[in-house]
Design a binder for this molecule. Structure first.
Ligand SMILES: *Cc1c(COP(=O)(O)O)cnc(C)c1O
Length: 394
């Protein structure tokens, strides 16, 4: 099909849950994407914080091709090797003792929710069902994950959602201390909220959640689907605060663009689950797990993580120094940065695109940049230059 026919064909063939700009991407290399007319774009979206190694990384592509030529899928009915080799890396590098695999961030949170409810029912009786999540939090679009997601626009058309879930103000210690009690089964929080506006959790807040959960035997779940695996310049975002969860959910960047999710748990939680309690046809497949090994091994390098922090700090500093009245706040960590404007960011996203720069929003007034983690200082500089120009033209 001719690329120029794609937008119209899409309008007829695809369920209209997304609105996309007109260009059609055909390939990518490193931090750049190319459309069907040959125009080049600097990608500071990375497929929503997914393409951590950029596009068409040679080592990644080679590993995926080699694995596809060997074995892609046999289902969870049989043993294979790559998911164990990946699990060893995830467990050795984190608080967790065991891994449950799935195919997306929403599914990773569904599993966390099921594990928490099963654990609570098994060890603490039927009353311990209450789940707490936070305002502006995002945990996915399936029913369980959606029930934990705060945005009314995402939730309301699909009611009724799961009962026994309540939302508390983010970064409010007192509200958490008042709400968590012996009936609390789990507390879900993003250590750095992504979709909800790039809002960092304060260390004291996470510490208070840990204490509340310990005091009332509740499970603390860190959703690191977006902020985990190096994005903040720490392998796990919570490491910056020295606060550790009982469950951590992962997805977006884990397999470098192939669909994967993982729910990392402590031994105690794993022991509440038995054969047949949960499952997935595709999960833990050799292809995605081989791809994820390549991604993990690159990101987990101390120097690579250190560079992310350096690049992020430099970018934040530059953004804060931009000579404009339109920026009201710059916040984030590592290479997940939110730029709050005094107006809707839609025109800015469009203007940047015209200039060959891709950026996204995180809510109405917040521009989000989350480039591939491999971006060089020079490429970052290039992107911020375009952005600065577009902001001054607002
Ligand atoms: C994107 C995201 C999810 C949902 O992931 P999907 O793969 O789209 O289901 C969950 N939690 C957070 C923090 C996310 O950013």
């Amino acid at each position: 099909m001719n690329p120029s026919e794609i937008p119209q064909a899409e309008a007829q063939l695809i369920v209209p849950t997304y609105s996309r700009p007109e260009m059609v991407f055909t390939h990518g290399e490193g931090v750049y994407l190319f459309d069907s007319e040959g125009k080049r774009y600097l990608d500071m979206v990375s497929g929503i914080a997914v393409a951590a190694l950029g596009h068409s990384d040679p080592e990644w592509a080679q590993a995926v091709a080699a694995q596809a030529g060997k074995l892609t899928h046999v289902s969870n009915l049989y043993h294979t090797t790559p998911h164990i080799e990946l699990a060893k890396r995830l467990v050795d590098s984190s608080f967790a003792d065991r891994v449950y695999y799935c195919n997306s961030g929403a599914e990773a949170n569904e599993a966390a929710l099921k594990f928490a409810r099963k654990w609570a029912g098994k060890y603490h009786g039927t009353k311990k069902k209450q789940v707490i999540a936070f305002e502006h939090g995002f945990h996915g679009r399936t029913y369980g994950a959606l029930s934990l997601t705060h945005k009314a626009k995402y939730r309301e058309p699909f009611a009724p959602l799961l009962p026994d879930i309540s939302f508390l103000p983010f970064n409010n210690i007192q509200a958490a201390q008042d709400a968590v009690d012996d009936n609390t089964c789990a507390v879900f929080v993003e250590p750095l909220q992504g979709e909800g506006g790039v809002n960092p959790a304060q260390g004291d807040f996470l510490r208070a959640l840990r204490e509340c959960c310990d005091a009332h035997n509740a499970i603390l779940v860190f959703d690191e689907v977006q902020c985990g695996l190096g994005r903040t310049g720490y392998l796990w975002a919570h490491e910056a605060h020295g606060v550790y969860p009982d469950i951590m959910t992962l997805a977006k960047p884990l397999a470098g663009g192939l669909p994967i999710g993982a729910t990392l748990v402590t031994e105690g939680i794993a022991q509440a689950m038995g054969v047949g309690d949960h499952g997935s046809t595709f999960a833990a497949g050799p292809l995605v797990c081989r791809a994820a090994q390549v991604v993990f091994d690159r990101i987990a390098q101390t120097e690579f993580l250190h560079d992310i922090r350096t690049k992020g700090e430099k970018a934040m500093r530059q953004l804060k120094e931009m000579p404009t009245n339109h920026i009201t706040e710059v916040r984030g960590a590592g290479l997940l940065i939110g730029i709050e404007l005094d107006q809707s960011v839609k025109p800015l996203i469009e203007a940047a695109r015209q200039q060959g720069l891709l950026v996204i929003n995180a809510g109405e007034n917040v521009l989000r940049i989350c480039p591939p983690l491999i971006i060089s200082e020079q490429e970052l500089e290039e992107g911020l230059g375009i952005l600065s120009e577009c902001i001054s033209n607002l």
